[in-house]
Write a protein that binds this ligand. Structure first.
Ligand code: NAG
Ligand code: NAG
Ligand code: NAG
Ligand code: NAG
Ligand code: NAG
Ligand code: NAG
Ligand code: NAG
Ligand code: NAG
Ligand code: NAG
Ligand code: NAG
Ligand code: NAG
Ligand code: NAG
Length: 829
């Protein structure tokens, strides 16, 4: 208990820190005045509010430069910036050295402008490194052009000397016209980010703060070029038009006339200038997506920052759309938080491994999950990750062969790895009982052993599109308003909520340290995303942001079966059944939930482990659906994991499981037997306010069943309304389910059969005599599985079942919901 409180407190603290850190982000930062160096000059030059200090005879003690010459443009062209009229020139390895007084991420820029000198500067070939990072290797300023070449990096630097080395290649030289190294705003780059591999797996990348970044592309999507003088940190933003794959797929939106709203936003005016957020490209109606293509190096790691700001939505609803990288990774983008509004900028960071195409594809598109009005993109930055250890792979000419060999070997290795992956997937597809892994949270791998292998060859099919932003959850639940809480248990809390698109949902929020752990969370997501069945509660999405473990289900309008049957809070009072469910309705509910369980067992090889009346929910048409797979476990999974701890609920626990610690499908059958009795008697599985004999429903009811007097304990509301044959069949079924030995219990499929028969008997469609209580008559098989033998087919797992036909009175087929509406029980509660 103590521990729990600690964790809760820690959790809240983390949340608090998280939100406040965003608010504090911008406030402490003032634009620095160091270091800006006008190389090779004895004069200071003020360019765009920066004082570039001349490094010749400056007498400045802040920095020093070693072993170099000075170059000067004798006849600069009209209007050439003073920065580009002089340069430092190096024939041997030389360095600039700066005294750094504050830890942090620094923006470091080098300006190269090969003006005309007797020495042809475009012949320079050199490396630049600093702090153990290789920043430029075999660098050459290609052709003389009007504008300088500016190379920009973000480098983590600690207090002390920061030394930049310029190393000319053999018989060549190096030069530089200007150098900038200044402290970036706090949290300019966050330490952790999502990590997307070419295979599309979604992981997390930590330690970004200790990586240097080389800015490769910086794009003001939908807008104009933003030159350094118009940027808050003197960055250069270019237009996106050359990168848009299909020019017609997206158009520039109208320029936003207001100032972006930075309060409460993760973005600040230093993340990007206003102009980036005030312009955007919007997806054209004619296209399902728009794609931008960027040149990158093959199989390298990049840091991607994507800027968004909804300047398009006309009303308060905002929009939701897909953002994808390489068409393999997809994230839902909500145009703004519940706490924010139109015009609030934000950005998303990703670490991305490029594939071997030499290009990176970025797309926005409509989502099918919720109604997607439009999609937009405001800005994009692509930076190459430089690790400290990395050394120049590209070497001088004499190593040319080595380079080729290295490349060939590298390509071969990649091919082999790829082949290996494909082979592995193939194998997983064709061989039963194959283990496969699904990468999920924070680099943890969760292994799931499938008895029936799913058709999912690529791990990326872990429905990333089902991910729902935490902000949307907050919005849906009014920030977890207590008034919306509809359930509470060992796992955490359940809230009712409404998504922006109006969809009603049940939000199950587990908290770290409480009952459900990551293991169950992962299980539930994986299980639920792969399984769809009319009688299983559908998963709408999940959220794992901010250490949350949140599952979002379709909201079941009519609550739990238990709530319909009796008031669980009135255990002490004399039995107070309040249910007005007719016997037919109860049978329908039992049949439906049995079908859901049968599907789990045979279709998916999954044992529910916690079958009880609170895990059977009813939708607006009173169609029953089985819920809560948090404890689910695939049939022949590693025994060790769950043989050690008994899970499940009191009163429903299979005694055999309890004794032998052996979990089988039949444990669910036992629990379901208890549910059948609850439905019949309208009382809880365990009742404390009664005599010892009466306490445990299973024992008590079976004793009456054995006496042949089950009718004496049925819900008073049902007295006289149950056809005796139907009751007899029902009682027998429950009794079989509750047999001591699992082997003696029927399968769920047989239970469905028996209950169906009990319903037919109730509806008197079956002559009293003449029909053996046989369950082997296949002509009676109404399941859509008919013809499918007990060996389930692999594809079954992924098939969404349509309405299950049930024979109507006139022999025609009616769906379960139609049956319910015919029964007219909408006001049952
Ligand atoms: C250049 O700027 C530095 C730092 O602001 C200053 O110390 C120095 O005196 C200036 N030099 C000239 C020539 O103005
Ligand atoms: C430079 O521009 C000024 C006016 O802007 C002009 O008077 C001068 O002749 C120009 N010099 C050269 C070399 O073009
Ligand atoms: C800077 O970081 C280093 C290690 O990364 C640490 O030892 C040092 O105390 C830090 N200095 C300041 C002023 O934060
Ligand atoms: C300068 O060097 C480059 C590369 O070696 C060469 O292509 C170019 O023609 C040279 N330019 C001059 C003016 O010599
Ligand atoms: C460099 O200049 C040469 C001739 O002036 C031209 O053929 C070549 O395309 C230019 N290269 C680049 C990268 O601009
Ligand atoms: C950043 O992440 C790395 C790797 O996880 C960790 O070692 C380091 O302490 C983190 N730095 C900060 C400031 O949290
Ligand atoms: C830069 O900003 C100024 C003032 O904000 C504006 O007048 C000018 O057009 C901008 N220049 C560009 C190239 O965006
Ligand atoms: C950025 O915003 C902060 C406060 O939010 C303000 O003090 C600062 O002047 C702004 N910077 C620029 C370049 O607009
Ligand atoms: C900005 O980037 C564009 C495109 O790369 C380039 O043509 C231009 O010279 C750059 N401007 C500056 C000031 O770096
Ligand atoms: C959309 O498609 C229609 C016909 O397919 C075409 O007439 C129209 O111009 C297109 N609109 C845009 C914005 O591309
Ligand atoms: C990386 O890509 C850039 C431009 O796309 C190219 O100039 C450079 O040579 C590439 N580097 C390597 C190591 O392939
Ligand atoms: C984008 O749309 C095209 C057809 O317009 C389609 O072929 C492609 O698969 C889509 N890409 C994504 C990532 O949805």
């Amino acid at each position: 208990m103590e521990k729990l409180h600690h964790q809760d407190a820690l959790f809240s603290l983390l949340l608090l820190l998280y939100s406040s850190s965003n608010l504090l982000l911008a406030s402490g930062y003032t634009l620095p005045n160091k270091y800006f160096i006008n190389c090779g000059s004895s004069y200071n030059a003020t360019v765009d509010r920066r004082n570039f200090v001349g490094d010749v005879n400056s007498g400045s003690s802040y920095f020093s430069v070693r072993r170099s010459h000075v170059l000067k443009d004798g006849s600069p062209e009209n209007g050439t910036s003073p920065l580009y009229q002089t340069a430092r020139f190096f024939r041997k390895e030389s360095s600039y050295e700066f005294q750094i007084t504050e830890n942090g991420t620094y923006v470091v820029r080098f300006h190269f402008y090969p003006f005309l000198t007797p020495t042809n500067l475009t012949a320079a070939l050199f490396n630049v490194r600093a702090n153990g990072y290789s920043l430029l290797s075999n660098f050459r300023v290609q052709n003389r052009s009007k504008s300088p070449v500016i190379k920009e990096f973000a480098i983590p630097i600690d207090v002390g000397n920061f030394i930049i080395y310029f190393t000319p290649q053999k018989s060549s030289f190096a030069f530089v016209n200007a150098v900038e190294a200044f402290l970036a705003p706090e949290k300019f780059v966050s330490n952790k980010s999502r990590y997307i591999t070419p295979a599309g797996s979604d992981d997390s990348y930590s330690g970004l703060e200790s990586r240097a970044l080389h800015i490769i592309h910086r794009i003001n999507v939908g807008g104009q070029t933003i030159p350094p003088n118009n940027d808050t940190l003197w960055r250069n933003w270019t237009t996106d038009d050359d990168h848009l794959l299909l020019p017609g797929s997206a158009t520039n939106s109208k320029v936003y006339n207001n100032t972006p709203i930075y309060d409460l936003s993760i973005a600040t005016n230093y993340s990007a200038p206003d102009d980036v957020y005030k312009t955007a490209k919007e997806l054209n109606r004619n296209y399902s997506n728009a794609t931008w293509v960027f040149r990158v190096n093959e199989s390298s790691t990049y840091f991607l920052r994507v800027h968004f700001c909804d300047i398009i939505s006309q009303n308060d609803d905002g929009t939701v759309f897909n953002f994808s990288i390489y068409s393999r990774f997809i994230e839902l983008i909500y145009s703004y938080d519940p706490t924010t509004q139109i015009g609030t900028p934000f950005y998303k960071d990703y670490v991305v491994d490029s594939d071997d195409s030499g290009y990176m594809n970025i797309s926005i598109g409509h989502t099918k999950i919720v109604e997607s009005r439009t999609a937009f993109l405001n800005g994009l930055e692509i930076m190459k990750l430089i690790t400290r250890e990395s050394v120049s792979l590209r070497a001088p000419k004499k190593n040319f062969i080595f380079v080729i060999v290295g490349t060939v070997v590298g390509v071969l290795a990649c091919l082999l790895i790829l082949l290996g992956m494909i082979f592995k997937c193939r194998k997983a597809n064709s061989v039963e009982s194959e283990e496969w892994s699904v990468p999920l949270y924070g680099g943890r791998y969760f292994s799931w052993i499938t008895r029936r292998t799913a058709e999912t060859s690529s791990v990326s099919s872990l429905n990333l599109g089902l991910k729902i932003p935490f902000s949307e959850i907050l919005h849906a639940t009014h920030r977890f308003d207590k008034k919306l809480m509809i359930g509470k248990g060992g796992f955490g809390k359940v809230y009712r909520g409404t998504l922006r698109d109006g969809k009603k949902v049940a939000v199950k929020r587990s908290q770290p340290g409480q009952g459900q752990g990551f293991y169950e969370f992962q299980t539930e997501i994986i299980v639920l995303t792969k399984i769809r069945h009319r009688h299983l509660v559908p998963l709408i999405g999940y959220c794992d942001e901010r250490r949350e473990m949140i599952l979002v289900y379709e909201f079941m309008e009519n609550g739990t079966l238990q709530d319909l049957l009796y008031d669980s809070n009135e255990d002490c009072s004399t039995s107070s059944p309040r249910s007005e469910l007719s016997w037919e309705q109860r049978l329908e509910i039992c049949i439906a939930s049995a079908m859901g369980l049968d599907y789990l067992h045979r279709g998916a090889g999954i044992i529910h482990r916690d079958v009880k009346s609170t895990n059977i929910l009813l939708d607006e048409n009173y169609v029953a659906k089985v819920a809560d797979f948090g404890l689910s476990k695939s049939g022949d999974a590693d025994q060790t994991h769950f043989s050690t701890d008994v899970k499940g609920s009191f009163g429903y626990l299979d005694p055999e499981y309890f004794r032998c610690m052996q979990l089988t499908d039949k444990s669910d059958v036992y629990s379901f037997g208890v549910v059948l009795l609850e439905a019949l008697c309208s009382r809880p599985a365990i009742k404390n306010s009664v005599t010892r004999e009466e306490m445990n429903l299973a024992e008590w009811a079976i004793s009456w069943q054995k006496k042949g007097e089950l009718e004496k304990i049925v819900d008073p509301f049902l007295v006289g309304k149950i056809n005796p044959n139907s009751l007899r069949k029902f009682g027998e079924t429950a009794e079989k389910c509750l047999r001591d030995s699992g082997a003696d219990r029927p399968t769920m499929r047989e239970v469905v059969w028996d209950l169906r028969y009990a319903l037919d008997l109730q509806q008197a469609r079956i002559p009293r005599e003449g029909y053996a209580d046989s369950i082997t008559d296949d002509s009676f098989d109404y399941l859509p599985l008919s013809g499918v033998p007990y060996v389930p087919s692999p594809s079954f797992l992924l098939i969404e079942e349509d309405e299950v036909p049930i024979e109507g009175d006139d022999g025609s087929e009616a769906t379960a919901s139609e049956v319910f509406s015919q029964l007219g029980i909408s006001g049952a509660r």
